[in-house]
Design a protein around this ligand. Structure first.
Ligand code: NDP
Ligand code: ZN
Length: 356
């Protein structure tokens, strides 16, 4: 595979957040390649709920033009001398984080996903002012800590969405002791939620899905959940008082979501982990939502390097596959609209169609 010249980088960009389904192919300047970097010719990119929050300016204003996408798989076309885990021509992945400071307490403790000066794969800036552009594109350069070897047993199209959606639920599951004998509840069965079912089940836990309707029942049973509970009916939580050790909440909605009710389904000192990042404020709580069972209310952001490798290996070894729908990359406008409309079962993966 040939390396990319600096002027060869291009991708599908949103130029106006009001017309966020209109993408234009544009060229941009990549980060300067260093000996700690890997350059990737992108073959696949998943479409994350975060891409939609970003291009619609739902999380706040952005500065277009912007290329989004942070569930990237491709072929290594250039590998820096200081990179040990990846060889030229390897299949590699890049997720939602592309750099960190490497020196702070979080970075030193394998918590680089919590580095206060982390750099997002798109919509951020390197210290020299170069803007980061994501994976709805031809190629990307990333630091070696945020570039991952894809195991042979895992197809590129299946690996892509694991790089963000998969890792984001895998990390809090393993950090909170998910395994045999544990009961896990998953709320919101989209891209992240469906991975939470697949991985919690594969790790040996008993899994219950909470969804707004029965529509996804057959699917969640096939993914490894034991049952589906309709969460939109008042009193849905009553039957499950103190039942669960872990609640993974991947909901993409804030207004009116029954957070207090969800806390009652936790066992003593059980943990509620918010991985969803809906726009707006979460519903109010009182101290009495936290006190009766001493539950813990938490959040989680992506995962670290070791957890990514552990997840990819588990998926390859156990033959775990996400539920995906493939589309050519030029249809990224249709893809983000489908995510916004809640029509995806359960992740769209874009296939490369740009050429030099
Ligand atoms: P999806 O759109 O695939 O899934 C969201 C799910 O939320 C839906 O499937 C639905 O589940 C549920 N939901 C319930 N009510 C609503 C509503 N009113 N509108 C929309 N969804 C609703 O999104 P993703 O899985 O890609 O992302 C989920 C969230 O996680 C996003 O906010 C995203 O930004 C965030 N995220 C966080 C990361 C982190 O590091 N913490 C990393 C990546 C993403 P059901 O039909 O079962 O009710
Ligand atoms: Zn994401």
């Amino acid at each position: 595979p040939a390396p990319f010249a600096d002027d060869a980088f291009k991708g599908y960009a949103v130029t106006d957040t009001k017309n966020w389904t209109d993408f234009t192919v544009m060229n941009y300047k990549p980060k300067q390649f260093t000996e700690d970097d890997v350059e990737v010719a992108i073959t696949h990119c998943g479409v994350c709920g975060s891409d939609v929050h970003t291009i619609t300016a739902g999380w706040g204003a952005i500065t277009p033009p912007l290329v989004v996408g942070h569930e990237i798989v491709g072929i290594a076309t250039r590998v820096g001398k200081n990179v040990t885990e990846i060889k030229l021509g390897d299949r590699v992945g890049v997720g939602a984080q592309i750099a960190s400071c490497y020196t702070c307490k979080a970075c030193k403790n394998h918590n680089e996903n919590y580095c206060p000066t982390m750099i997002d794969t798109y919509g951020a800036e390197y210290p020299d002012g170069t803007k980061t552009m994501g994976g709805y594109s031809l190629a990307i350069r990333a630091n070696k800590l945020f570039t991952f070897h894809i195991p042979d047993g895992l197809a590129s199209e299946d690996a892509a969405s694991m790089l963000c959606a998969g890792l984001t639920v895998f990390s809090p599951l393993v950090r909170n002791g998910c395994g045999p004998g544990k009961k896990v509840a998953v709320c919101g069965i989209g891209g992240l939620g469906h991975y939470a079912i697949i991985f919690a089940h594969a790790l040996g836990a008993q899994v219950t899905a909470f969804s707004r309707s029965l529509d996804k029942k057959e699917d969640v049973l096939k993914m490894g959940a034991d049952r589906l509970v309709i969460s939109s009916v008042p009193g849905f939580e009553k039957e499950f008082a103190r039942e669960f050790d872990i609640v993974i909440c991947a909901l993409n909605v804030s207004a009116g979501f029954p957070i207090g009710e969800y806390l009652t389904i936790l066992d003593v000192a059980g943990i509620f982990i918010m991985v969803g990042l809906p726009e707006g404020n979460l519903p109010a709580l009182t101290a009495f939502n936290l006190l009766p069972n001493g539950c813990r209310l938490s959040g989680s952001h992506l995962g670290n390097h070791e957890e990514m490798n552990q997840m990819l290996k588990l998926a390859a070894d156990k033959g775990l596959k996400p539920w995906i729908q493939k589309m050519p990359m030029k249809d990224c406008g249709k893809a983000v609209k489908a995510v916004k409309d809640g029509k995806v079962r359960y992740r769209i993966v874009l296939e490369q169609d740009l050429t030099l």
